[in-house]
Structure formats: C-alpha cells, structure tokens
Ligand binder design. Structure first.
Ligand SMILES: Nc1ncnc2c1ncn2[C@@H]1O[C@H](COP(=O)(O)OP(=O)(O)OP(=O)(O)O)[C@@H](O)[C@H]1O
Ligand SMILES: [Mg+2]
Length: 184
C-alpha cells in the first residue's frame, strides 16, 4: 500500500516521518525521489522552489516500488499523485503554524502564503480532487507531539487504513482565522 504523508510546510511531515522510520516503517522522501529520477520540471523563481513533474513521478513510483507492501511517501506533493492508495494530511492551527515557520526563519511573505493556504484548506481541496474521500485522513497536530502524531498514523496503518471517525476529513475548520489575522 502506498500512502502519501502530506501537509502544508511546517505541519511536521519530515519530523513525523523520521519517527515512523525509527519504528521500522519505510519512508520515501518525495523531493529526493523526484531529484534522483529526473522529475524536476523547472524552478518556481518567485518561490525559489523546484517544480515537480507529477506524471513522471507517478511513473517512477510504479517502476521502483512495485513490490513494496506499506510505503509512506513524504512531501507536500504526495496528495497530487494518483498512484497513492491513501492520503494522510497533517494539519496545524494557523497561529501555531506561524510559530513553527518563524522558527524555520522563513520570510514574512513565505510564512503568510503558507499560513493562508493552511487556513483555507488548500491541500485538503487538492487531495479530494484526486482521491475518494474515504481514502483521505486528516490529523490535527496542533497540540500533539511529533511522537503522538506518529503513533496515530501507526494506529491507522494497523487498521489497514479503514475509515475512522476521528480522522475523517472535514472536521477541521480554521476559516475564521482569516478574519482574525487580516481584518478588513
Ligand atoms: N507536532 C509538533 N509539535 C511541535 N513542533 C513541531 C511538530 N511537528 C513539527 N514541529 C516543528 O515544526 C517545524 C517544521 O517541522 P517539519 O520540518 O517536520 O515540517 P514539514 O512539514 O516537513 O515542512 P516542509 O514542508 O517545509 O519540509 C520544525 O521546527 C519541527 O520541529
Ligand atoms: Mg519537510
């Protein structure tokens, strides 16, 4: 089973993946995989980030991981990949996300762009364009440690990613934060 571990930057994908890896799970870092398999399509100069060719990346996953049982694919493009059987989205309250991204020493503009995206559910919307809702899970990481988040993912994995009430999509709504942060 191929599982995308996705989320807005700062929601904890990499940190949680490292914990899953330590507990014996297979983790593939998508940006690294894209680089190694020539799936980079250019540079977004405005954002100084690499553009990933999603079709090429899907093909490369099919070629390289055909025999693997459970693999977590970590990175914020994971939910765009049709090859994924399941999608786990890490979420974080905008206020806390801002703190986490500030700690990363990102520019004010980049922080705002990502906090806004988290507030209006950009990744969730993109995910449900590509995947049936029953295959998509959301975990609110705001008041959880990275280990707690990893433990939740393991619990979901052990139940073979059957839909579970607690992590069913649509329960998180931070849209009001837009007005708090940016009053008109
Ligand atoms: N559950 C958590 N509680 C507190 N801090 C966290 C949590 N998860 C991550 N962090 C912190 O937030 C920051 C961002 O985490 P991380 O780099 O894992 O996010 P990411 O989703 O991989 O981001 P990116 O998309 O930029 O790679 C780090 O400083 C990390 O220590
Ligand atoms: Mg990361």
């Amino acid at each position: 089973m191929w599982v995308a571990l996705t989320g807005t930057p700062g929601t904890g994908k990499s940190s949680v993946s490292t914990r899953l890896q330590k507990q014996g799970y297979t983790i593939v870092r998508l940006h690294q995989l894209a680089r190694e398999n020539n799936c980079i399509d250019g540079i977004d100069k405005k954002r100084n980030s690499q553009l990933i060719d999603v079709d090429k990346l899907n093909k490369s996953i099919k070629k390289n991981f055909a025999n693997d049982a459970l693999v977590f694919f970590e990175g914020h493009v994971g939910h765009l990949l049709k090859t994924m059987d399941k999608v786990v989205i890490l979420r974080c309250h905008p206020k806390e996300l801002k703190k986490r991204l500030t700690k990363k020493k990102w520019s004010t503009k980049k922080i705002k762009e990502n906090v806004d995206a988290e507030t209006i559910d950009v990744i969730l919307c993109e995910a449900i364009e590509q995947h049936p809702q029953k295959n998509v899970f959301e975990i609110d990481t705001t008041n959880k440690t990275m280990q707690e988040v990893a433990t939740i993912i393991i619990k979901i994995a052990k139940k073979n990613f059957q839909p579970t009430k607690t992590y069913t999509i649509g329960q998180i709504d931070w849209s009001e934060e837009i007005f708090k942060e940016y009053p008109t």
